[in-house]
Every structure is written in C-alpha cells, then in structure tokens.
Design a protein around this ligand. Structure first.
Ligand code: AMP
Ligand code: ZN
Ligand code: FE
Ligand code: FE
Length: 274
C-alpha cells in the first residue's frame, strides 16, 4: 500500500459514524500507510476509541482521542475535539442528545423523500449504521434503491444543504460545543472552514475559546489553505489538518493530509490550561 505524505493525520471516520471501515480496520490501514499518530474523529461519538486504542497498541499507531461535533453557528459547522476524556459526563450527555437528534432527522428526511416519491426503508437505514446514523447512510440507501445513480448525486439532488429533501439538523451552538470540549479536557478546532465559508463569523468562535483551525483538508485548495494558515498565525491559533478519510477508494486516503509534530504538540499544550 502506498506510503502517506504525513505521519500524523488528525481527521478520520469509522463505522461508529459514517465511515466504511471499523475502527480496527481503519487503524490497521493507517499503520500500513505509515501513519504513526491518528485522531479518530467520528461524528458526535467517541464510541470507536476503545477499539482504535486496542488495535493501535498492536500495530504501533498512537491514537489521539477525538470527536467531530456537529454544531450550529449561523449555519451547520463541525467542531473537532482533541484529547478529550471519553468518559466525561457532559460530553456523554451531548453525545446522547446528538444521537437522538440524528435518529429524528433521518425520520424527517425519509418523510420528505417519501413525498418526492422516493421511499426508503428507514429501519434498514438505521440497521446499516453501526453507530451514529447520518445522511451518508441515507445516500447509500437511495443508491441501492435505484432512486439516484450515485452517492454524490444523492447529496447534490436530495440531501445536501438546500436540496429537495434537506432537513437542517437541530444541534447545539458552536460556542457550547467548544465549552463542552474544553470541560472534557480537550482542544477545540473548527473543521474545514473552507467548506462553510464562515470567515466573517470566525472571531466569535475565537472569543468562545477556539484553539485551532483545520487548515489542511481535502476540500481546501492551495489558496484556501494559505488563507487559513495566515489567519491562524494572526489569531494565535493552532493550524491542524487531516484527511477526513471515510472510505477506501475515495479521493483521499489516510495521511494524505496531516500535520507535523510541532502542530500536534501545540494542540496538546492547549489542553493544559488551568
Ligand atoms: P450528517 O452528519 O448527517 O449531517 O452528514 C454529514 C456527512 O455527510 C459529512 O461528514 C460528509 O461525510 C457527508 N457529506 C456532506 N455533504 C456532502 C456532499 N455534498 N457530498 C458527499 N458527502 C457529503
Ligand atoms: Zn462524515
Ligand atoms: Fe466535517
Ligand atoms: Fe469529518
């Protein structure tokens, strides 16, 4: 298997949310690609971390305990938490609430799809999830049912922001997400800001205690990366990065994006606040 460009990748998903590989298989793939430190950042859950640590210990991959919290900041944004205590009570409460919100959202999206003449088997969608269910599970069901030709078409036509069956998620505020991550001992990072284009609203997140910005991400072109890199320097934030890997055979693989050791240490130092 090809060697990755980075040995530290701070963004990856497993079957505990909408990734395709189980945590163990994900970590083994990281090892095969030469990734030495991997943050597992499943959407709204830390459920895969135990398994990731077990496999990591076997194959020499250090696991950074992560989470990607879906939040609201004028629009849907993702807040990455790093070095969080998995058993933190308040984080667990948020995780449980988000789990229920996700189940409710799938139901409401299915109702919209039915009105568009595209019935999906909600129970089968829920059964296809081995952790938090999300729109990607619905997208796969739409492809399987022949309602759309591809996963991307499912998002473009139906599930993406503003599309025909789009239902906004009811989520906690981004500043609340930052607070919960801090209280769980972690560092909070704004994920892929180039996707949401929330530059004007960034200062409010920094005021809320944001520790870093995910500068290196597959959705960021060179210009976007440079812009956020200079922003992190100006604002005294940590520049992080990762592949946001979801599945083999996609356009990125583990370690295709990442950070150097200095960035990882800077992120860790942010957690040692009193
Ligand atoms: P959810 O957590 O249910 O809101 O789903 C969000 C996930 O869906 C993201 O993390 C991506 O994995 C995926 N996703 C979102 N938008 C798109 C898109 N336009 N095309 C493909 N995948 C997408
Ligand atoms: Zn995802
Ligand atoms: Fe994300
Ligand atoms: Fe992600």
């Amino acid at each position: 298997m090809a060697t990755a460009r980075y040995t530290i990748d701070l963004h990856a998903h497993s079957t505990r949310s909408d990734g395709v590989l189980a945590p163990a298989a994900l970590v083994r793939r990281a090892a095969e690609r030469g990734v030495k430190q991997l943050a597992l950042t499943d959407h709204d859950t830390t459920a895969g971390l135990g398994e990731a640590h077990e496999t990591g210990a076997e194959c020499g991959v250090e696991i950074v305990d992560g989470i990607e919290v879906s939040a609201w900041h004028g629009q849907e944004v993702h807040i990455l938490g790093y070095f969080v205590r998995r058993d933190d009570a308040r984080l667990s409460e948020v995780v449980e609430r988000q789990r229920i919100n996700r189940l409710d959202r799938v139901q409401r999206i299915a109702e919209r799809l039915a009105r568009l003449g595209m019935t999906i088997d909600v129970d089968a969608v829920l059964a296809s999830a081995h952790g938090n269910v999300g729109r990607p599970h619905i997208a796969r069901a739409l492809v399987d049912a022949g309602h759309v030709p591809s996963f991307d078409a499912a998002f473009d036509r139906l599930l993406g922001k503003g599309a025909a069956a789009y239902v906004p998620a009811s989520r906690l505020t981004a500043s609340h997400a930052v607070r919960v991550i801090h209280e769980a001992g972690g560092a909070a990072v704004l994920a892929h800001p180039g996707v949401e284009k929330i530059d004007a609203d960034l200062p409010a997140l920094v005021d809320a205690g944001l520790d870093g910005i995910e500068v290196h991400h597959p959705a960021h072109d060179a210009g976007t990366t440079a812009k956020y890199l200079s922003m992190t320097r100006r604002m005294g934030l940590v520049a992080t990065g990762g592949s946001d890997f979801h599945r083999p055979g996609g356009h990125v693989d583990l370690g295709d994006r990442g950070v150097d050791e200095d960035a990882l240490h800077a992120l860790q130092a942010r957690c040692n606040r009193s």
